[in-house]
Design a binder for this molecule. Sequence first.
Ligand code: PLP
Length: 479
Amino acid sequence: MDSSEFRECAMATIDLIIDYLENIRNRNVLPSVEPGYLMKMLPEDAPEEPENWKTVLKDFNETVMPGITNWHSPQFHAYYPTGSSYASIIGSLLSDGIGVIGLTWMASPACTELEVITMNWLGKLLGLPEEFLNCSAGPGGGIIQGSASEATLVALLAAKDKMIRKLKQIDPDLNEDVAKAKLVAYTSDQCNSSVEKAGVLGSIKMRLLKSDQNGKLRGETLKRAFEEDTAQGLIPCYVVANLGTTGICSFDPLNELGPICQKYNAWLHVDAAYAGVAFICPEYRYLMKGVEYADSFDVNAHKWLLVNFDCSAMWVKDGYDLINAFDVQRIYLEDVNATVQIPDYRHWQMSLGRRFRSLKLWTVLKVHGAEGLRSYIRNQISLVQHFAKLVDSDERFIVEPEPCMGLACFRFRGGDKITKELLKSLTEKKKVFMVGCTYRSRYVIRFVICSRFTTKEDIETSWNIIKEEADQVCPTNIS
Ligand code: PLP
């Protein structure tokens, strides 16, 4: 492909993207394909001869598009949102266009420095304590990881390293292998699967502590677990608090967990992957009370901040905790003297290479502005409140727990069986997409505002589809 073909193809691709997004309501949210459909359509081997870009786009439309789940459809209410906006797509395009890898400062100074700047901007917008920011006097700072899963694992590995160093200071003859086997990590039974997986990947026992009736991990529970374990000679090392759990969007009280972590020198990581973005609105910041106790904090800009995947914003109070854990030197990587202020981000993450991810965060922050983003979040929250009111008005249903952020959960009063049946038949019809979870041992359907295009009318459309199906599954009120 030469530059003139690229120009033509890029224009056609931009048109394709715009047509797709602007007409997304004409598509079912779920595709009508069977497993293995694409393998049947595409050849087993890569083409020997070059193909014209028009053929590529034609094949894309005819073979790939039918197998797309339309995450940006206003009838997509599953999981949590994945960010998308024209501003972000431009940032991604620029990043791919210049195609740099920012493994050291010299490898592309702007790549490092724009990340420092945008992470400071975002950290300030969220109201994070100064110590997390790169512009503070201390060793804090932010980095863009690929995912919240990576952030949880990076923090876990740094926590293990820090604890072992501390123990070695006390006992220089410490047997590291024996000590490592005694380290324990903790989170709640409401944690995202990625948190439990971080324990597996990081070779540490991860205890999923019982949350309370409202899905919160309480200080008392953590304290008891620490006491039980230390009595057995184990060492509490790492705690993941959840601000906005994946199931019901509950918030662990950081002000209860923090002082306990502090007393035991255990690292406190905050997983605010979805809901953390709401802290750009000051009225929600009470939900992160106690954040000053955290050692690290992560929020996915690629979920609810209009930034396309991948852009997980992670801050640490002390960048040297990461550098100490992950600094592996090679002559070919020697560069300017990196500091926490001008970081060599390769020491802050798992991989060596890194994309210029901050470009898309930068374009989104500039094009939408803080006020634009705040009103986006507030509007999405008001849409879910509208949905909850509609469900509430139907006596067959109950909304519980209270809707939180962009999520409302609901179920039939008649029990789990018909609630599951409703979700199953809705999924089969492919017009709205939701997933279930449990709340107080009852099966509930999660309804999340995911698409940036969603309007009040779209919510009513989704509700009418749900209600029509409910009429089939549960025609009368079974209480
Ligand atoms: N934590 C929470 C609370 C989540 O809801 C999710 C995903 O939905 C994750 C972590 C994992 O995020 P990622 O896909 O960025 O690893």
